[in-house]
Design a protein around this ligand. Structure first.
Ligand code: HEC
Length: 136
């Protein structure tokens, strides 16, 4: 195996999250690596591979509190990530945050809509907890 192939395999396995690595991660971190790192970067600094293709800057999520005088805006982030009732409505493709609330509702696929909503809000709050944990 040449050096390039080895590097490519390392890069892929970092995203594939092997069982042992996943076991040491919180639910929010696993979710983050799967759904958010493409834009926000693996460590949340806004430097994921897709960020270059966005027409708006992708924010550094380790500086959410720093941008707000040290206050971590829990509810604002819940609404922002959810996107279904967000004040900052996401723009068309490539100009804003995807609406995760709709996607998580669809993923949930439970016959009871209340279960779907609980699952959706749980996934979003695990993400907000993870973002809280990575504040610098
Ligand atoms: C397709 C690229 C993309 C993906 C994927 C993405 N985001 Fe974003 N995100 C953005 C962009 C662009 C903004 C800035 C939008 C704005 O300011 O209105 C943003 C803004 C944010 C903000 C607001 C930060 C602040 O300080 O106000 C949070 C929080 C956030 N994203 C979390 C997430 C989470 C959690 C995920 C995964 C579930 C995710 N993002 C996935 C592109 C993305």
């Amino acid at each position: 195996m040449n050096k390039k192939t080895t590097l490519a395999l390392i890069a892929i396995s970092a995203f594939a999250l092997p069982g042992t690595a996943a076991a040491q991660m919180t639910a929010g971190e696993i979710e983050f690596q799967q759904a958010c790192a493409a834009c926000h970067g693996q460590s949340g600094h806004g430097d994921g591979p897709v960020a270059a293709y966005m027409s708006v800057p992708v924010p550094d999520l380790t500086k959410v509190s720093a941008r707000r005088d040290g206050v971590f805006p829990y509810q604002e982030l819940m609404d922002m990530i959810d996107g279904r009732n967000a004040e900052r409505q996401p723009g068309p493709h490539g100009t804003g945050m995807p609406v995760w609330g709709d996607r998580f509702m669809l993923d949930s696929g439970h016959p009871n809509p209340v279960e779907n909503e609980i699952n959706t809000l749980g996934r979003i709050s695990s993400l907000v907890n993870y973002i809280y944990a990575i504040q610098e």
